[in-house]
Design a binder for this molecule. Structure first.
Ligand code: MRU
Length: 353
């Protein structure tokens, strides 16, 4: 049985990129329509659309907006627009490799089709963006099927941030596994650390789980050690923004501490990610660029002042979990166990290509 999608996080409709505005959840489920490249860039920067696979799909559609209002019969001129739009979109967020992966794929397709007429060139690019969206759906389904078998009936699962349908064009990665296992009758329940400072766990993962009628408990990030010590967690599953060739995983800040705590408490720690999240061009997690975000996200979250003016702030959006703390990586091709370097390469023959 295929796990059904409840909403479409990112899509292309009537010449616009349509996104669920995730900054409005859980209060309101509303969409925004982007008509210009910079509106998509801004939506990615402000986390209206977020989650590694979803920003890749949004950027692929965003490239198409570069053609709006352009009157030319020269395909070469459109190719230049594609290059310009890609550079703008790629600079929106640095850590999730899915963003540059999707843009490079659009760029390669554009270069290959530069001899087509303008209308055929535009059509080819639209088809490529739609394929990136559809493939992401299938990758999520495959991850769900591969991962579901790792869960036992009644398992109490801890996740982090949101690696659900809101973070992809499909059912999600980490939460996609939970949904698939649930559909197989596993009767899971999920702990969601709130994920400071922007609360993707409390606002987004909890919202998705409640909609699916799966038992969800929100905890503060600082409570993870306690719930583990109290024996309330059987398994951890998180998503990823970029995975290095040695299996080191960049994901939402706080993931690394959860992995350390899972090791201390002897709890299996799984990462779920599609092949578009692997970056074999880098050897270890040390080389993954970590996005630093604005201080006001910590000192004035959601408009409330929570720290004094003038205080210094450190606000990295992601951390890197060393491969040695990861029990297994659930991919669309199957589950990979250590040693990761050789096994990942073998399983995912040409990721990010
Ligand atoms: O800053 P965000 O909300 O984009 O961070 C998202 C995450 O860290 C997710 O866990 C990750 O992108 C995996 S999404 C399937």
């Amino acid at each position: 049985m295929k796990t059904h999608m409840m909403f479409q996080t990112v899509d292309w409709k009537n010449g616009c990129v349509v996104l669920i505005d995730q900054t409005q959840l859980p209060k309101r489920l509303v969409s925004v329509r982007c008509r210009r490249v910079d509106e998509v860039r801004d939506a990615i920067k402000k986390l209206k659309v977020r989650g590694a696979p979803a920003i890749g799909v949004a950027a692929a559609f965003g490239v198409l907006l570069a053609f709006r209002g352009v009157r030319t019969q020269k395909t070469q001129a459109l190719l230049q627009q594609v290059k310009k739009a890609s550079a703008r979109l790629a600079s929106a967020r640095p850590t999730a490799v899915n963003l540059s992966w999707a843009l490079e794929r659009m760029g390669r397709l554009a270069q290959k089709n530069v001899n087509l007429s303008v209308s055929h060139f535009r059509e080819a690019l639209l088809n490529e963006a739609l394929a990136i969206r559809d493939e992401d759906r299938s990758l999520c389904d495959a991850i769900g099927q591969h991962g579901a078998g790792l869960f036992k009936r009644g398992d109490r699962v801890l996740t982090h941030c949101n690696a659900g349908a809101l973070a992809t064009a499909g059912i999600g990665t980490a939460l996609g596994v939970v949904y698939t296992a649930q559909d197989k009758g596993k009767n899971l329940s999920v702990y969601c650390p709130e994920t400071r400072p922007l609360l993707q766990g409390a606002r987004l993962s909890a919202w998705e789980l409640v909609r699916r009628k799966i038992g969800a408990t929100v905890i503060c990030d600082s409570m993870v050690a306690t719930v583990m010590k109290q024996g309330k967690i059987d398994r951890v599953i998180v998503g990823a923004d970029r995975i290095a060739a040695n299996g080191d995983v960049a994901n939402k800040i706080g993931t690394y501490s959860i992995a350390c705590l899972a090791r201390i408490h002897k709890i299996p720690f799984y990462v779920a990610a599609p092949s578009s999240t692997f970056d074999f061009s880098i050897s270890t997690g040390c080389q993954i660029p970590i996005e630093q975000r604005a201080p006001h996200e910590i000192t004035q979250p959601f408009g409330q002042t929570t720290a004094p003016r003038g205080v210094q702030v450190f606000n990295p959006a992601f951390d890197v979990t060393p491969a040695k703390y990861i029990t297994g990586i659930i991919t669309d091709q199957g589950v990979v166990y250590p040693p990761y370097r050789s096994r990942l390469k073998k399983l995912l023959r040409s990721p990010c290509s």
